[in-house]
Design a protein around this ligand. Structure first.
Ligand code: URA
Length: 501
């Protein structure tokens, strides 16, 4: 990482110990340098007191004198040879926030050097503590991957475009930063924490000073949409408070956007709204909206309906219960074409693809992958909304194979007309529509570009799959796959085979 933190002058650990002073270690590297000196002078663990911050325990008074005192030169640090696995364990455990970490690490290395190989095993008391710390740090890294929420600053003139606030309980920011750099492609971002801040400028990571809570407070239209969706899918009749808390531990709620609305929804459910909790939302739903004029200021429509023929399509029965056929949108000759399954409830009413909740996920993924929505052409394998009534709601129903087959002519027409270099199939139905019956399954092709009829075809999860997943970690992982795939589509568009990063 550029400007790596903690480039501190190593204190003279041996001098500090002989003066009865504690040894300062603020990071793994500093601890390692001190430990090498101490081991070289055969100083036993019980003789060393470690501290993580200068000034801890008032014991540092006089340290400068102690350090200045002359002493025997330190034998070569190379004298300590540790196996790679032990070094990895030590490095990971060093990120566990507890003052006792440095003493434990030193005891482990000291014992190892004396031939006590059991010290690496979880059956040994020190080994068990070391493994528990490693596990906690890994868990924290995993949680941070899952629960960091970026907010977009689309109006900001300078980087970063996405900002997030997070409060890790261990020192894992530097470890998770490369994950976000890979996931966000060319988009610039910053993650602020109470202890440190990291920024990605699109090419390199930078360490910045810590920020105050609130550093990531921005108005994000995507987040507002997500909250509307979150509220609308909340079903008080199915509330399981224990499950909810076990899926997302309480400490994460405060920094998750949906965390702000959950308490009110829980209270509403507890106040007897279990039977009728969704009724107000359903009652507010507008009736069918009939689009009067195509085109205008909205997103440009694409290839299928150039002559109005799509609007009259009667190739299968789906038209009977749909408001209208939904054509593709975006520049008809865009080099990247995204193909979904079929319009949903909101798309059917608006006459545009991906404008509902799945569209919000897609839009976010596009932004994270560094692709502008209006630079891609977005369409569906099936052009009419297939649904079944559920109370007052119209619930999506997966189109049958013969409906996909009947509609393929429109998709072929759009591909023929646009000649995209890359077709991204969102979900299994789209993949089948693009490759035909003999093509690969979604499982086989997920994220792997295929050559098909002279162009790249890349299969990804459908955005609504992300919304259906029960817990935040799984949702984040699925979103990551989509974002990485879209970034790859961008590389393929640019003439790279997508394997070079
Ligand atoms: N799902 C799709 O596959 N397409 C849309 O347009 C909306 C939701």
């Amino acid at each position: 990482m550029a400007g790596a933190a903690n480039k501190l002058t190593p204190p003279d650990a041996v001098a500090a110990v002989s003066a009865g002073q504690p040894v300062l270690a603020q990071c793994f590297e500093q601890w390692r340098d001190a430990a090498r000196q101490l081991l070289a002078h055969d100083i036993a663990p019980h003789a060393v007191q470690w501290i993580s911050r200068p000034g801890d325990g008032d014991l540092l008074a006089g340290i400068d004198d102690a350090v200045a005192r002359p002493r025997a030169p330190c034998p070569a640090a190379g004298a300590v040879q540790l196996p790679r696995r032990l070094v990895d364990l030590l490095q990971t455990a060093a990120r566990f926030r507890a003052d006792a970490r440095w003493a434990l690490l030193y005891r482990v290395v000291w014992r190892w050097r004396r031939g006590e190989r059991d010290v690496m095993s979880a059956a040994d008391p020190d080994g068990a503590r070391l493994h528990a710390m490693v596990k906690a740090v890994q868990r924290e890294q995993h949680d941070m991957h899952a629960y960091v929420r970026f907010r977009e600053r689309p109006e900001a003139a300078e980087a970063p475009r996405f900002v997030a606030w997070y409060e890790p309980v261990h020192d894992v920011l530097a470890q998770v930063a490369p994950h976000f750099a890979a996931r966000m492609g060319g988009a610039t971002w910053m993650i602020a924490t109470p202890e440190a801040t990291v920024m990605w400028d699109g090419a390199a990571l930078h360490s910045l000073p810590p920020r105050m809570r609130g550093a990531a407070d921005v108005d994000d239209a995507g987040e507002a949409l997500w909250l509307t969706y979150y509220r609308s899918i909340f079903n008080p009749a199915r509330l399981n408070r224990r499950l909810l808390h076990s899926h997302i531990p309480a400490r994460f709620w405060k920094n998750l956007p949906e965390g702000a609305v959950v308490p009110a929804m829980l209270a509403q459910a507890a106040a007897g709204a279990r039977r009728t909790g969704q009724a107000p939302g359903v009652a507010e739903r507008p009736g069918s909206v009939v689009r009067i004029a195509a085109g205008g200021a909205g997103p440009r429509r694409g290839g299928g309906d150039g002559d109005g023929a799509l609007a009259q399509c009667r190739r299968c029965e789906l038209w009977r219960h749909a408001t209208q056929a939904v054509d593709g949108a975006g520049p008809a000759t865009a080099p990247i074409m995204l193909v979904g399954e079929q319009p949903g409830d909101q798309e059917d009413l608006a006459g545009l693809p991906f404008v509902g909740p799945a569209g919000a996920v897609l839009e976010r993924a596009l932004a994270l992958a560094g692709l502008a929505r209006d630079a891609v052409y977005i369409t569906n394998a099936v052009k009419h909304f297939k649904w079944e009534p559920r109370g007052k709601r119209r619930l999506h129903k997966t189109p049958a194979q013969q409906e996909v087959d009947a509609c393929r002519v429109w998709l072929e027409r759009e591909i023929e007309r646009g000649q995209p270099a890359v077709v991204v199939a969102l979900g299994a139905t789209a993949l089948k529509a693009v490759l035909g019956d003999a093509g690969a399954t979604l499982k086989q092709a997920l994220g792997r570009p295929l050559r098909h009829q002279g162009r790249w075809v890349l299969a990804l999860y459908h955005p609504s799959y992300v919304l259906r997943l029960p817990d935040a970690a799984a949702r984040q992982q699925a979103l990551d796959v989509i974002v990485a795939g879209l970034a790859r589509a961008r590389q393929l568009r640019d003439g790279r085979d997508g394997r070079d990063g």
